[in-house]
Design a protein around this ligand. Structure first.
Ligand SMILES: [Mn+2]
Length: 303
């Protein structure tokens, strides 16, 4: 028998966020349920991985996208905070990326007494629009701006009126599609952006090391938000907004595996899985591989 003393005390607790109102194609709202049915997230002998609730937009808030995103975000923030305060590791599974406002507001709340939150945002897009700059009006293009305290008050107020992230504790990796208004906001705030050109020039391993140093410096803990569209769409068909020239699954798995067992790594989010566009569960398997990357021990087979 092995000693239980070496076992990690945290369980990975999965919270589904069935958000679809923040994107032009609401099919990503079906993502959490599909990923739960496909059983892509695995227990290991060293790490318990468990599905909790899949949160939906309350019926009364389905009149406008803004109300839907705000109501789901508030529920999600509360749930994430509860999981963290219970000593477990929240893994939020989207849903369109508008759920990030709730996810990281909840993490922020749980950490607030101990210090600021760091965040690595792995995405093909910058998600840093406000209603003043967005050409599309889609809220899944705004969550990072909201977390930085910019834009619509209904959204920045989720989990409290204060900004949830300080610009110096955030960075983006994998960016290759953006508009001038959001790029100008991130530049004005001084947020570090590792775009795909820089990733290809310097290698993901080097860039990821720098990103980690940045989000660990002066923070009480950090998280990672992974949008599946950061990945190369030729490899991964089942994502919300495909943009060519992305990260390969193997290189992102290798980078994320450095987070395994790190006590300051406190939460993760995987969003924009679109089961209707997926082929033979290929992109669902990618989502599973990204979580296996951070989970100690070999996966327990399921029969
Ligand atoms: Mn995004």
């Amino acid at each position: 028998m092995h000693s239980t003393a070496a076992l990690p005390t945290r369980s990975i607790f999965i919270i589904g966020a069935a958000s679809g109102a923040g994107a032009p194609d609401p099919a990503t709202a079906e993502g959490p349920d599909a990923l739960r049915r496909y059983r892509v997230f695995h227990d290991t002998p060293l790490q318990h991985v468990e599905w909790g609730a899949i949160l939906h937009v309350p019926r009364a808030a389905r009149d406008t996208p803004l109300h839907a995103v705000a109501a789901l975000g508030a529920r999600l923030a509360a749930e994430v905070e509860t999981v963290l305060r219970a000593g477990n590791f929240p893994l939020v599974v989207g849903g369109d990326h508008s759920c990030a406002i709730g996810t990281w507001s909840g993490v922020y709340r749980a950490l607030a007494e101990r210090g600021p939150l760091g965040l690595i945002w792995i995405d093909a897009h910058m998600d840093s629009h406000t209603f003043a700059t967005t050409p599309s009006g889609q809220i899944h293009g705004m969550p990072l701006a909201c977390l930085l305290g910019q834009g619509e008050a209904t959204l920045t107020a989720i989990g409290g009126a204060e900004a949830k992230l300080r610009p110096e504790h955030v960075c983006l990796i994998g960016v290759r599609s953006y508009e001038a208004g959001e790029a100008a906001l991130l530049q004005r705030l001084g947020v570090r952006v590792f775009d795909m050109a820089e990733v290809r020039r310097r290698g993901l391993a080097t860039v990821f090391d720098e990103a980690l140093a940045l989000v660990r410096h002066g923070t009480a803990g950090f998280g990672v938000s992974v949008v599946l569209d950061a990945l190369e769409p030729d490899e991964e068909p089942g994502m919300g907004t495909p943009v060519p020239g992305g990260l390969y699954r193997t290189e992102l798995v290798a980078a994320l595996s450095h987070l395994r067992g790190d006590p300051t790594f406190v939460a993760m989010e995987i969003v924009e899985y679109n089961p209707r566009r997926d082929r033979r569960h290929a992109t669902a398997a990618a989502a599973g591989a990204l979580v296996d990357a951070i989970t100690p021990g070999p996966p327990t087979p399921r029969y």
